[in-house]
Design a protein around this ligand. Sequence first.
Ligand code: DGJ
Length: 725
Amino acid sequence: MKKFLTSVLLCTTLLGAGTLRADNILLSTKNSSLLVTADKGKAPLFQYFGPSLASIDDVFNSGAAFNDPVYPQFGVQCSRETAIQATHNDGSMSLELVVESVSREQRDGGEVTAIATKDKYYPFYVTVYYKTYPDNDVIETWTEIRHLEKKPVTLYRFASAFLPVRRGDNWLTHFHGPWGAEAYLYEEPLTDGMRIIKDKDGVRNTHSSCPSFMITLDGRPDEQTGGVIGGTLAWSGNYRIAIDNDNTHTTRIFAGINEDQSQYVLEPKEVFTTPVFAFTYSNEGKGGVSRNFHRWARLHRISHGTAQRDILLNSWEGVSMKVNQEVMDQMMSDFSGLGGEMFVMDDGWFGDKYPRNDGSSSLGDWVVCKEKLPKGIEGLIASAKEKGLKFGIWIEPEMTNSRSELFEKHPDWVIQQPHREMYKGRGGTQLVLDLSNPEVQEFVYGVVDNLMTAHPEIAYIKWDANMSLFNYGSTYLPRDKQSHLYIEYHRGMEKVLERIRAKYPDLVMQACASGGGRINYGFMPYFDEFWTSDNTDAMQRIFIQWGVSNFFPAVAMASHVSVDVNYQTGRRTPLKLRFDVAMSGRMGMELQPAHMTDEDKAFARRAIADYKKIRPVVQQGDLYRLISPFDKSGYASLMYVTPEKERAAYFVYKMEQYHNMPTPAFKMAGLDPQKTYLVKELTVVGKPIPQDGKQFTGAFLMETGLDFTVGGEHASRVLELKEVK
Ligand code: DGJ
């Protein structure tokens, strides 16, 4: 019984000490193992998660076994943090879950192991699921909670997952940032006490913290080396990730929906399914964890994750809400001349009684504004077609303004509370629709369905959301279930999105929420990409994209070249830098091309052509982050390498310039040491680097690296590497 390298093994094993331990369940990905003990009639125990095990005996014989409950309950052992807490019909607050059965099945490309438990006394059931995939190293876990008591049971805690991590020199990497500065990276040692990462916005859950984190197992975080566990909660609503260090040999992590103000009244037989918590282990440092998540996301968690993305021009920063047929035509025509592939008309195109000219009206009135667009959407689509472009459109379907026909007709559809004046958002009038209400769900679905039925040629939808859930209260939910709103809002949304995806499987959709307010894996199964940030300043984007790249792949990271001077920061940067930064993600543009000089247009044409050369490498390759902008060395660099390691794309940015500044050797990573690569510089302005057109072995590029001058402050270089056969 020594080797356990298959995907999942349910086994009975004899331990070294001679004790019979029944039903050790080993889940294995290619490079990691998770071990649970599930003896019938006993509490299921989480024993191990980390590097692949050759023998489960090692876990028990070494003392490394956690022996922690798989899903800690409040009740008998009530002095610790818990994953679940419920109050039964008789008022008892206690749970004691024991194993009923363990099963496994193949589902949607993976293998699902289910550990079914039941309370020792009450008809209360929790099933803990783990899903592994043969093609990647991420494990998904979630739970289903139900009961057969006579009356509802109230849930006060309902985490998606509990994950113990062995105590050591553990460091936490997490991401936090508001509008315009999303996903700033923070790293700190995990000390004793509780560390909570949470969000309570209600609508956009990544404009404070992000529901993703990494924990090192053996010292300071490093990009290339060291054992690291990473986790992310796939939920679009309020979340809470609690990391508890109580001076034992275990750090205990609880991840799930934020239960604050969200106690859940669970009816008999109703099944409460928690969102997925996805986690992974890598011994290749933070970079390894990122690559694991990227692979999982592209293959299983992002809509069309392996499809090539178009290069698009979005109208927002170019013309704001001043859209009209003429300007749209001109933008399309110019962009087509630059080699673009898709045009997206942003905010400002709709509203009949109340034309949308600023943020104070019209959301909900999804009919074209005839004054601005007399030829309607069909006129725009025809124009796009003529110019060889696809056409996309902006909507914000979860929202309305008090100045709108929708609100006049359905004032009860907005989230609101009795006896109080409504707090309104953007434009002093914006309100959030109550997605817990099936009528509202139908309406929101209809926004997309009506557009797509009338204009099946629409290839892309940018779905925006620009308000928090204020005025907490629902006219739809009953009195005793008002506390469900934060959850039902997102369940309602999921229902809508599932219907949209079922009917329009090919539609490309972008999740935007005042920029990067919705960069989460709860949304991504329905969306192809996210708008990373409203901050398009290339210098800040280097930081934002670095942070976001820790958990999300480039194929989903919309990154647009915008105008100089930058609207958000007022900073000036060269057009080359703006392109070179956008090229490290899903590149697009967001400016009025009519304002570009001929010289800028010529460069843009060249840069777009260059991006097309490396697009498959960037969008589907493995990411290696090399020099962190957060290290403040004056440089930042990263690269993508195809899984076959025959092509790569390398980016370096000069963050600042001062006299006598040391230049690092630009070392690479992820290449095949045995292969020889031809280096070619792209988007060249002035002289290319001396190594342009020369060949180097992968070993040399990774061990010694290239010496060249990037240029002054805000200069940048992009290199393409191709294997010489
Ligand atoms: C916020 C988004 O983040 C922007 O990109 C733009 O679409 C505006 N909303 C439009 O109102």
